[in-house]
Design a protein. Structure first.
Length: 179
């Protein structure tokens, strides 16, 4: 019976994601987020993304989340103000214990603080906190916490240098479509 309920839930999420991807007007996307239990700040733009659950998602003001981003909000995701997340990045909060004979699920919420920039094709693993003003370079795998203002990249990710300034004058433009 549990398997059937889970399959029905997956179908509902799939339908929700499909419908969300078709919405071209921001007010409709915002309404869908509201009925799904997501807390979305003012001036935030969410393009065609893939949600993994309802609720457990909080996004601050003036944040941009581009197309193709996975938001695995099953254990919770908190994204701060003035954050930029580029195309096809993936934020996971849940996985499996590979040493458990029943392959049980394990996970923790992900926290992304204010003024973070996440470039394309980044993979963020469960339980990670990305500090204020950090920059994640394209294609990076983030499996441990990133400190404030650190610029990190690679697999495994390593600190490349320290950021000098924040993007405090960023303007959010909500396009109907993005590529």
């Amino acid at each position: 019976m549990r398997g059937i309920k889970l399959q029905i839930f997956y179908i509902i999420i799939k339908l929700f994601n499909f419908c969300f991807s078709l919405l071209i007007f921001k007010f409709l996307r915002d309404f869908f987020c509201l009925i799904a239990g997501y807390k979305i700040g003012k001036g935030t733009s969410i393009q065609s993304v893939r949600f993994f659950s309802f609720g457990k998602l909080k996004i601050g003001n003036n944040t941009i989340i581009n197309s193709g981003v996975y938001l695995d909000n099953r254990r919770g995701i908190e994204i701060g103000n003035n954050v930029v997340i580029a195309h096809d990045s993936k934020i996971y909060t849940l996985g499996h214990d590979v040493n458990d004979s029943s392959f049980k699920t394990v996970g923790e919420k992900v926290v992304i603080q204010d003024f973070v920039i996440i470039f394309s094709n980044v993979l963020i693993m469960p339980g990670v906190t990305i500090g204020r003003g950090a920059v994640i370079l394209p294609g990076s795998v983030i499996a441990k916490d990133v400190g404030d203002m650190e610029i990190v990249g690679g697999n495994p990710s390593k600190v490349k240098k320290i950021r000098k300034n924040l993007h405090i004058n960023k303007k959010v433009v909500d396009f109907w479509f993005s590529i």
